[in-house]
Design a protein around this ligand. Structure first.
Ligand SMILES: *Cc1c(COP(=O)(O)O)cnc(C)c1O
Length: 399
């Protein structure tokens, strides 16, 4: 037997954390890492947030799981918090981001196909965008044009057309009698922290309104206060029909959701969708604790302020290394350093030689996505490690 007990779909990694302390991870052998990856935009309250721990501990002792066959005061509470904080009128809870996107795709199709005379049973296609990432289920890999995720898994699911990201004309040219809507990340995460332009997002909204199509946003990475707004669509002055959210929503507890307007949810009637775990009391307690912490103007303003501060310092910093870095982009604490070389070797160098955790992304970009609760000390430590890393990386490159 040569296969490892853990199915080897991820690369082996020497960082093996066993404990988290605020914005640091501590390894099996005691090494401390500064965590500016946050479990890929998940641990927005850091690793040892007292309110989140207490909420989970209390709920675990009361009631961990019951079936969705019963009423859910815990689910009603979190759904109301999300409805109060967003465009949504109604919420369906999932266990992951891919499931939230998957459910959002179903809702967009059902809007047309399960609405009787108001609908149009011929509409099933979603127009999606180049270099998108929507998850790893069959529908969500089919929704992305990234062939590296398709290999070995044919046939893909029908019903997706790929337009150029941030190119409204490209989206328009793919519209037809089968179009059900658009599915887009307002800020691409895995694709390299690429924010869509204002004109593009407003243009999609207008096209959707004109043709009675669903504007579905994948905010799994950019949602839940990450960009200094509760959800990134707020930056664009538009409201979507359906949003998939997850990652930060449980603060580290597996939790996602489909958010929808009443109109967009018209096809999601009795018996059309479900989940055994989705919305279980333990997940709801975690989600409510996260919302209590982040869904207020003071917290969001702090994210914006810290994001601007880091961005300004990053822009100064990259000036010292014009051969390594091209630009800084992103919003709030969802920042990307676009490099002039592949970002992965630099990410490994920071991790292994400077105990700084970031995440590599597409388009030669290094993701800077710290817990939203970082303070001055963590920001200073980040720049110390980054500067040292860039200096030693440069030496290694030219040696
Ligand atoms: C991470 C991510 C997903 C998938 O979420 P999982 O919880 O891994 O299934 C989907 N869309 C975007 C934009 C993501 O960043």
């Amino acid at each position: 037997m040569t296969i490892s007990p853990l199915m080897p779909v991820y690369p082996r990694c020497g960082v093996r954390p066993v404990k988290g302390e605020h914005c640091h991870l501590i390894d099996e052998d005691g090494t401390r890492y500064l965590d500016f990856a946050s479990g890929i935009a998940v641990n927005l309250l850091g690793h040892s947030h007292a309110g989140l721990i207490e909420a989970i501990q209390n709920q675990a002792a009361q009631l961990m799981h019951v079936s969705n066959l019963y009423g859910s005061p815990q689910g009603e509470k979190l759904a109301q918090q999300l409805v109060d904080a967003t465009f949504a009128d109604t919420v369906f809870f999932t266990n992951s981001g891919a499931e939230a996107v998957e459910g959002a795709i179903k809702a967009a199709r059902a809007y047309h196909q399960n609405a009787g005379d108001a609908g149009d049973a011929e509409r099933f296609e979603l127009i999606t965008f180049s270099n998108a990432f929507h998850g790893r289920t069959m529908a969500t890999i089919s929704a992305s044009n990234q062939t590296k995720m398709h290999h070995g898994f044919s046939p893909l699911l029908d019903g997706f057309k790929y337009a150029e990201f941030d190119d409204l004309e490209s989206a328009k040219s793919l519209m037809g009698p089968h179009t059900a809507g658009f599915l887009v990340e307002p800020i691409q995460g895995e694709g390299g922290i690429r924010p869509a332009s204002d004109a593009f997002m407003k243009g999609l909204r207008e096209l959707a309104d004109e043709h009675d199509l669903m504007l579905v946003l994948d905010e799994v990475q950019c949602g839940v206060a990450r960009t200094g707004k509760m959800y990134a669509y707020e930056h664009y002055g538009i409201e979507p029909d359906i949003v998939a959210t997850a990652k930060g929503l449980g603060g580290g507890f597996p939790l996602g959701a489909i958010l929808a307007t009443e109109k967009a949810a018209r096809g999601m009637t009795f018996g059309t969708h479900g989940s055994t775990y989705g919305g279980n009391p333990l997940a709801m307690a975690a989600g409510s604790a996260v919302m209590d912490a982040v869904a207020n103007p003071e917290f969001l303003a702090e994210v914006t302020e810290k994001g601007e501060r880091i961005r300004t310092r990053l822009e100064q910093f990259i000036g010292n290394y014009p051969e390594l870095f091209e630009l800084v982009r992103g919003k709030g604490l969802m920042l990307g350093l676009k490099m002039k070389v592949e970002s992965r070797p630099f990410f490994l160098h920071l991790r292994d030689n400077h105990q700084l955790l970031t995440v590599a992304a597409g388009d030669q970009t290094l993701r800077v996505i710290p817990p939203l609760v970082i303070g001055d000390a963590e920001i200073d430590e980040f720049f110390d490690k980054l500067s040292a890393g860039a200096a030693s990386f440069k030496v290694a490159e030219t040696a």
